[in-house]
Design a protein around this ligand. Structure first.
Ligand SMILES: Nc1nc2c(c(=O)[nH]1)N[C@@H](CN(C=O)c1ccc(C(=O)N[C@@H](CCC(=O)O)C(=O)O)cc1)CN2
Length: 304
């Protein structure tokens, strides 16, 4: 926490996801070069169904950043009215494509599609999001040792962002807000692994007295997707707060779409550390996705 001279207020240290993800990209560029020297170009693919502007933005970032570090990127798109069979046929194609080491299906999918069946059809070895039941099952079962499969990108990004800011999670009480599978549920699994050793309270829409739980937290991971749900009065002074959830609304001043996080701006005056939104965990999600794919290519190439 930084004291502002003469004002009596404290301002949280910013956990800068852009800076941390830039450092990861530099490290990955070297690993990609090493793979290329062995004749292997790591390949990442994305499947986008429909034309949701936010999903298009995220998929675009994934390709731009992967290409910038020398990876091969394959962008596949289907219309919003694609059938389950069409999506599954594309999954089968990518499972068989040897130039693709890992891929993701951009979420959320249009409501008429069976998301669980689609994720389950991905070859677990190519599941760059770590959301296949086999990979999530390995995460549940293996609390102690290294895991030889991709880990969910956003939760991995949260932990990496704290690590790169010398924040030790061991023994800390982390309150996670939101139980979605891409963030909340898998966040709890990663945080309670022996290497991390945090204690987790996973809160959700059925939680009674959310404010009470938040106030106990050394670390808050806010991933509810509810604008400014975490208020200054909910935060223990000095706590680390990671703002992960996203709400898009028209800005009344500009009329343009604006990103709002789960954390009220006033939290900055109470927290010790703050990962902002945008500029925090979002860029880390993309960096850890690329890490998952590079690691898969390394495993295949026999690099430890
Ligand atoms: N298959 C998946 N789908 C989705 C995931 C995921 O991990 N796998 N997560 C989110 C979206 N997401 C990646 O896909 C993602 C979200 C945000 C960012 C990001 O860098 N955001 C910027 C702000 C950009 C803006 O909106 O203007 C930031 O936080 O600074 C990257 C990726 C849902 N779907």
């Amino acid at each position: 926490m930084v004291s502002e001279a003469g004002t009596g207020t404290m301002t949280a240290q910013i956990l800068d996801g852009k800076a941390a993800s830039a450092a990861i990209k530099d490290e990955l560029a070297e690993r990609v070069a090493a793979l290329k020297a062995r004749g292997v170009t790591p390949g990442i693919a994305t499947v986008l169904v429909g034309a949701d502007p936010a999903s298009q933005l995220y998929v675009g970032m994934k390709h731009k950043r992967s290409e910038a570090i020398g990876m091969n990127s394959i962008q596949r798109e289907l219309p919003a009215d694609a059938t389950q069979e069409q999506v599954e046929a594309l999954i089968d194609e990518l499972n068989a494509d040897e130039s693709c080491h890992g891929y993701i299906v951009q979420l959320p999918l249009p409501k008429h599609l069976d998301t669980d069946a689609i994720l389950e059809r991905i070859d677990p070895a190519k599941d760059a999001d770590g959301l296949h039941p086999t990979n999530l099952g390995r995460l549940v079962l293996n609390v102690n040792g290294p895991i030889e499969t991709p880990l969910p990108c956003t939760p991995r990004g949260v932990i990496e962002l704290l690590l790169r800011n010398d924040y030790d999670l061991a023994g800390k009480h982390v309150v996670v807000v939101g139980r979605g599978v891409t963030i909340g549920r898998s966040m709890g699994l990663l945080l309670t692994r022996r290497q991390v050793n945090a204690t987790v309270t996973l809160t959700h829409t059925g939680t009674v007295d959310m404010a009470h739980h938040l106030k106990q937290a050394d670390v808050i991971v806010a991933a509810a997707g509810v604008k400014h749900i975490v208020k200054p009065e909910h935060v223990k002074p000095g706590a680390a707060v990671l703002d992960v959830g996203v709400t898009r609304e028209d800005d009344p001043e500009t009329g343009k779409q604006k990103v709002y996080g789960d954390v009220d701006p006033g939290v900055r005056e109470v927290a010790g550390f703050l990962s902002p939104n945008p500029g925090g965990v979002g860029p880390m999600t993309v960096a850890l996705l690329m890490t998952n794919v590079v690691e898969t290519a390394e495993r295949q190439a026999g690099i430890a």
